[in-house]
Design a protein around this ligand. Structure first.
Ligand code: HEC
Length: 116
């Protein structure tokens, strides 16, 4: 029965891995993911945001869940650059005027994909 058990456990693990994958994640190319991670790290985003855990700002996966299936990429990119408040709590998301619009769009797309 060891084989059956191992097989079942492996199948369950694979299934849960597939189910946990946000659908948009598969659409981002590896180099875009790497670029987004670098832009987020070098612009201080990760001081306030983690993919999974709420820090000062909401977890990126939580943001992805809230806007799942909605066309908000442009709006989010704008708020990433211009600031946001009152949507998640009392704290403010600061403006990031130094970000290029294209970088903000990349970040928005990456966050909506669950920040892989
Ligand atoms: C000083 C801490 C801080 C930094 C730095 C920061 N954020 Fe935020 N962020 C927040 C907070 C707090 C909120 C919630 C604001 C609100 O309630 O509207 C937020 C909200 C957001 C949202 C959701 C906005 C919405 O409309 O729902 C996104 C997306 C986001 N941040 C992305 C980023 C990115 C990308 C960067 C880096 C360029 C970044 N944040 C840098 C604190 C921060």
């Amino acid at each position: 029965m060891k084989f059956t058990f191992t097989f079942t456990a492996t199948a369950a693990a694979m299934l849960s891995a597939v189910l946990m994958l946000p659908p948009a994640q598969a659409q981002m190319r590896a180099e875009d993911v790497a670029a987004a991670q670098a832009v987020a790290a070098s612009n201080g985003c990760t001081n306030c945001h983690d993919a999974s855990i709420q820090l000062m700002g909401p977890a990126f996966k939580e943001i992805a869940r809230r806007y799942k299936g909605k066309k908000v990429e442009l709006e989010l990119a704008k708020r990433i650059r211009e600031g946001s408040e009152g949507r998640w709590g009392e704290l403010q998301h600061p403006a990031n005027a130094a970000l290029e619009p294209a970088q903000a769009s990349l970040l928005a797309r990456w966050i909506l994909a669950g920040a892989p």
